[in-house]
Design a protein around this ligand. Structure first.
Ligand code: FES
Length: 576
């Protein structure tokens, strides 16, 4: 049995307990809000970090979600306090939400540190909110549980099921190729997002919440429940009850998370055919827990983890199907031999205990080990003279002809040039060319946007071509697909060798050998390097100044250098 804290050991007691002027002031202000000692005395204060926003459709239901968490907290004898946090809306934020992931992480951390909080519930869903909140909470080092916002219902157009992102890219290509009318395109717009909740493909949001559950930071099964299913409200209330218990038992992820839990998360990422974005976020989250997660870990685990979830964009089904097929616990139950089952989770049980009874109800959606989709995970880590610190490719979601491929580079110096030249009839490009986009990394873009699935030139689309090998220092949406080499590090904007690629250079990709080679001599590259100059920064003030000066490269998780804390919590602010 864990030792339970005494009420005087609660962190919030240091605000509300003492008989001094400062605490008098704080208690009087609690009373100002209509609260009395029966609300706070001897009760853990639970912060609900709510990333609700009227301009974030993935989080539109978070006000009700928060109410359900509060219900659970009150049932268990805690005191809930809802604290609004920045909402990172993938749909509307320019240039990219990735620019603001670390800002939300800082906001979450400081909100927890400066207030009289004993434990936290984190409400997130849309891509970057999940890693951001967890990074912040790990650095604040208080007990917390993540409540995932849940995927939206499947999209529908006529008799076609539509998946977030994936089918937008697919039908946009058909429209540009002249195969879809304007009216049909409008009908798709009307039916692709039918309810609140995050993208319902195995994009970045679904990948990150699956990873979070595997890390042991949600209640078992939480990440797969559709946002509009009543079971989602009940999961939120259960999480509220559980966090109160966890405060009393001092069950604290910043202490119980081990490196092995992050290895489990990589297994889950590969088994679900997850988003490449998860790599950057997992490295950053592990850094906050005090662990270095090298890219080589992803490749090693990918090679031995079978892909079991037949989910778009790499497969056929959507998150609602995944939930009814048994959800993440059923999938993890298939790979227990690859997991560190002893890792602790927020319900006080081990990961193995949480998944050992889970069953698959639809073996088309979640495959068993004797009928895998592929023997290896869908993501490979590449190295070579063009990417000395690594690059990644989701080879499960591309045409197999590119697994080993040499082609001539068609180079776009930045996104503006890409937009300008893409549909130029004179663009010298064939189905075997390699499209290269530079200046799209953490510093170059800035913020490492999801530009990695470069649009294909109209003339190739009209010729029936649907995949071309593309490479960039950008990321790609988890709902995207195609032969896209991503996260090239170091990036071109800081003078990485990727900056030296020129029009017509030959590049060779060999996924089996995990290599990416610019077929240019070292002497020639040295000459080009001597002539290379960094582009001037168009804007250099405010948060962007901080970001550009402190962001690390993709292989280091793009966290800020000064936020690395080697897993050591900062001391609590002195109360005066
Ligand atoms: Fe929010 Fe995809 S836009 S999860």
């Amino acid at each position: 049995m864990p030792t339970r804290l005494a009420p005087e050991e609660l962190r919030s007691f240091r605000w509300f307990g003492p008989n001094d002027l400062r605490s008098f002031g704080q208690r009087s202000r609690l009373r100002q809000m209509g609260l009395g000692p029966e609300d706070w005395k001897g009760k853990p204060v639970i912060a609900i970090l709510n990333t609700w926003s009227e301009i974030n459709p993935c989080h539109l239901h978070f006000k009700i979600l928060a109410e359900n968490v509060k219900k659970g907290v009150l049932q268990a004898g805690g005191m809930p306090v809802e604290i609004p946090c920045m909402s990172l809306s993938e749909n509307f934020m320019k240039p990219t939400t990735m620019l603001y992931r670390n800002l939300l992480a800082m906001e979450a951390e400081e909100n927890l540190r400066c207030h009289p909080i004993d434990g936290a519930i984190l409400l997130g869903a849309c891509d970057k909110t999940t890693p951001a909140l967890i990074m912040g909470a790990l650095s604040a080092a208080l007990p917390f549980i993540f409540v995932p916002g849940g995927p939206m219902l499947r999209g529908q157009w006529r008799d076609q099921t539509l998946g977030s992102g994936s089918d937008a890219w697919k039908y946009w290509a058909e429209k540009r190729a002249g195969n879809l009318t304007e009216d049909e395109w409008c009908e798709i717009e009307d039916g692709i997002a039918r309810s609140h909740g995050h993208c319902m493909t195995m994009g970045t949001a679904s990948t990150m919440t699956a990873i979070t559950e595997t890390l042991g930071l949600t209640l078992p099964g939480a990440s797969s429940i559709p946002a509009s299913d009543a079971r989602h409200w009940r999961m939120a209330a259960s999480s509220g009850r559980q966090i109160v218990e966890n405060v009393w038992n001092d069950l604290n992820p910043s202490r119980f998370l081990k490196k092995e839990a992050f290895e489990n998360a990589i297994v889950a990422d590969m088994a679900v055919g997850g988003s490449t974005n998860a790599i950057v976020h997992l490295i950053a989250m592990a850094g906050r827990a005090g662990f270095k997660l090298p890219l080589s870990d992803f490749d090693t685990i990918s090679r031995k983890t079978p892909r079991l979830a037949d989910l778009r964009p790499a497969g056929r089904f959507l998150m609602e199907d995944f939930y009814f097929a048994g959800g993440l616990p059923a999938l993890l139950n298939q790979v227990t031999d690859l997991l560190h089952g002893e890792c602790l989770t927020v319900n006080g049980k081990t990961l193995l205990e949480n998944v050992s009874d889970a069953q698959i109800w639809n073996k088309e959606v979640i495959r068993t080990r004797d009928n895998v989709l592929s023997a290896e995970g869908g993501t490979a880590v590449l190295h070579g003279n063009i990417c000395p610190n690594g690059a990644v490719i989701k080879h499960s979601a591309m045409e197999p002809r590119f697994l080993k491929h040499t082609g001539k580079a068609v180079v776009f110096k930045d996104y503006e040039e890409l937009a300008k030249r893409l549909d130029d009839p004179d663009l010298d490009i064939t189905a075997d060319s390699i499209m290269v986009l530079q200046s799209a990394g953490p510093v170059g873009a800035p913020g490492m946007p999801e530009w990695g699935m470069l649009p294909l030139p109209k003339k190739l689309l009209e010729a029936g071509i649907r995949d071309v090998l593309r490479m960039s220092d950008a990321r790609m949406s988890g709902t995207s697909y195609g032969a896209c080499v991503l996260h090239i590090a170091p990036e071109s904007a800081i003078g990485g060798p990727f900056a030296l690629v020129q029009e017509g250079d030959l590049i060779t990709l060999d996924v089996e050998a995990r290599s990416l080679t610019l077929e240019v001599s070292d002497e020639e590259l040295a000459k080009r390097k001597a002539l290379w100059k960094a582009a001037p920064r168009p804007v250099d003030r405010g948060y962007l100044h901080l970001f550009l000066n402190e962001v690390t490269q993709a292989d280091e998780g793009c966290d800020f250098r000064f936020l690395h804390n080697n897993g050591k919590p900062m001391p609590e602010p002195k109360i005066h």
